[in-house]
Write a protein that binds this ligand. Structure first.
Ligand code: SIN
Ligand code: FE2
Length: 216
C-alpha cells in the first residue's frame, strides 16, 4: 500500500534532559513495522493483562525479544516465555531492530541494544495511566517508543508522580526516546480518541524497546 506520508521530512523536538521526540522518523518503515507486528501477534497474540491488583488493562499487549514484559499475581516482570503460549516470545523482527538502532543513535544513545520489545494496541478509550518504566535492572539503557496509527496524547512528567506534565500529541511515525536524567520520568497515554488511520485502521500501536536483562 502506498504510504501517503512517506515523503514528510522528520524533525526533532527536545522534551526533557536526555529525552527527545523524533517526529515522523519511522514513516518510511511503517508498513514493514506493521508486517512485523502481524508476524509477532500470530505467534504471541495480543492480550489484556491483569495487574497484580486485579485490574484488567485497557491496552492490549504482547512482546517480542529474548524477554517480554508481563504481569502475574505478584507484580510486573520480564519473562523469557510467553505465559499464554508457554513458548518463547517471537524474535524481534529485523525491521524493528534496524529502526530502533537508527532512532537511538539519532537521539544520542548509539550503544542501545534492545532485548525486549513490548507491543501495545490502543482501541478507542484505551489508556495507560501515569507510570515509570522501572522493571529493567540496567537503567543506563534508554527507552525507545514508536507510535503508529491514530494520534494519542502522551503525558510526560518528572521523577515524582505529581510533577507537572507536558502533554504532546504523538502521531503516526513519531518516536520518543528517553534516557539518562529522564529515564525514570513518569509518563502515560490519555484515553484514545476514536478515528480511522489508513495504515492501522481504528487503533494505535506502540512499540516500546528496552534493554531488560542484567548484562550489557
Ligand atoms: C508505554 O509507556 O509503555 C507506552 C507509551 C505509548 O504507548 O506511547
Ligand atoms: Fe512506559
Amino acid at each position: 500500500m502506498l504510504d501517503l506520508f512517506a515523503d514528510e521530512e522528520p524533525w526533532q523536538e527536545s522534551l526533557a534532559p536526555g529525552a527527545v521526540v523524533l517526529r515522523r522518523f519511522a514513516l518510511p518503515d511503517t508498513e514493514a513495522l506493521m508486517r512485523g507486528i502481524g508476524q509477532v501477534i500470530s505467534q504471541s497474540p495480543l492480550r489484556h493483562m491483569v495487574t497484580p491488583g486485579g485490574y484488567t488493562m485497557s491496552v492490549a499487549m504482547t512482546n517480542c525479544g529474548a524477554l517480554g514484559w508481563t504481569t502475574d499475581q505478584y507484580g510486573y516482570l520480564y519473562a523469557p516465555v510467553d505465559p499464554q503460549t508457554q513458548r518463547p516470545w517471537p524474535a524481534i523482527p529485523e525491521a524493528f531492530l534496524a529502526l530502533c538502532q537508527k532512532a537511538s543513535t539519532a537521539a544520542g544513545y548509539p550503544d542501545f541494544r534492545p532485548d525486549a520489545c513490548l507491543i501495545n494496541r490502543y482501541a478507542p478509550g484505551a489508556k495507560l495511566s501515569l507510570h515509570q518504566d522501572k522493571d529493567e535492572p540496567d537503567l543506563r539503557a534508554p527507552i525507545v517508543s514508536v507510535s503508529l496509527g491514530l494520534p494519542a496524547i502522551f503525558q510526560f512528567g518528572g521523577l515524582k508522580r505529581n510533577d507537572p506534565l507536558q502533554r504532546l500529541m504523538l502521531e503516526h511515525g513519531d518516536i520518543v526516546v528517553w534516557g539518562g536524567e529522564s529515564r525514570l520520568y513518569y509518563h502515560g497515554i490519555a484515553p484514545l480518541k476514536a478515528g480511522y488511520h489508513p495504515i492501522t485502521g481504528e487503533c494505535r500501536y506502540n512499540l516500546t524497546f528496552r534493554h531488560a536483562s542484567n548484562s550489557k
